[in-house]
Design a binder for this molecule. Sequence first.
Ligand code: ADP
Ligand code: ADP
Ligand code: ZN
Length: 215
Amino acid sequence: MPKTKLMLLGPPGAGKGTQAERITEALEIPHISTGDMLRDARDRGTDLGKKAAEYMNAGELVPDDVVIGIVEERLEQDDAQDGFVLDGFPRTLNQAEALDGQGVKLDAVLSLEVSESEIVRRLSGRLHCPECGAGYHKSFDPPQTEDVCDECGHQGLERRKDDQPEVIRERMRTYEENTDPLKSFYADRGVLVRIDGEGSPEAVAGRIAQAIDAV
Ligand code: ADP
Ligand code: ADP
Ligand code: ZN
């Protein structure tokens, strides 16, 4: 069986979502993004979504019990049994231990390494389609027709509420404090693979493909 239980680790704007989309297309495994699931719950106005929104808008982490619950449920579904790409989960040691407790063993944790100046450039131009969720960048990855989604034709790409300087700073701080320590956690288990996340999306995808083949 191919080894395809993957996780993308990296600071906000490192390119996790962009690369996860490519991996899921190439390997035909689901993309499981806690950020997307939480935004969806927020936009639908569910109780969970309302609770999560307060933390997300402030650039803080949504409490572990909330996030662990939704991921556990998602990983039990049929399409996730042979493989998946986790994007943005786990983000705390507690979450990583919960994944262990569920008996999920990751084959590779791909750590996207990107400089702080590049993160700021990427986040300050990030756009997404409110209709289908496709991601773009104003200068680095624009849609074919300005302001029109390539995937679904929706007009009117949007910026994320939390991609503004103050909240970005808080998210980076949160990342350093809570998520960066996961690198040594997974390095100790021999599954951490550091990927140079600079350069074009294609260049990064090439490095990831090589790393996955080598796992
Ligand atoms: P980015 O793409 O910038 O890394 P995400 O879309 O993954 O951000 O997450 C957006 C927000 O959703 C986070 O700032 C946080 O508030 C919340 N969130 C996402 N995943 C988690 C998680 N695993 N644990 C706690 N909060 C999370
Ligand atoms: P994350 O999920 O880690 O927060 P995204 O995949 O959303 O990151 O990427 C952040 C922004 O940077 C998006 O606008 C995306 O189009 C752009 N981007 C992603 N990868 C690259 C890259 N290799 N070079 C330039 N821009 C990129
Ligand atoms: Zn779209």
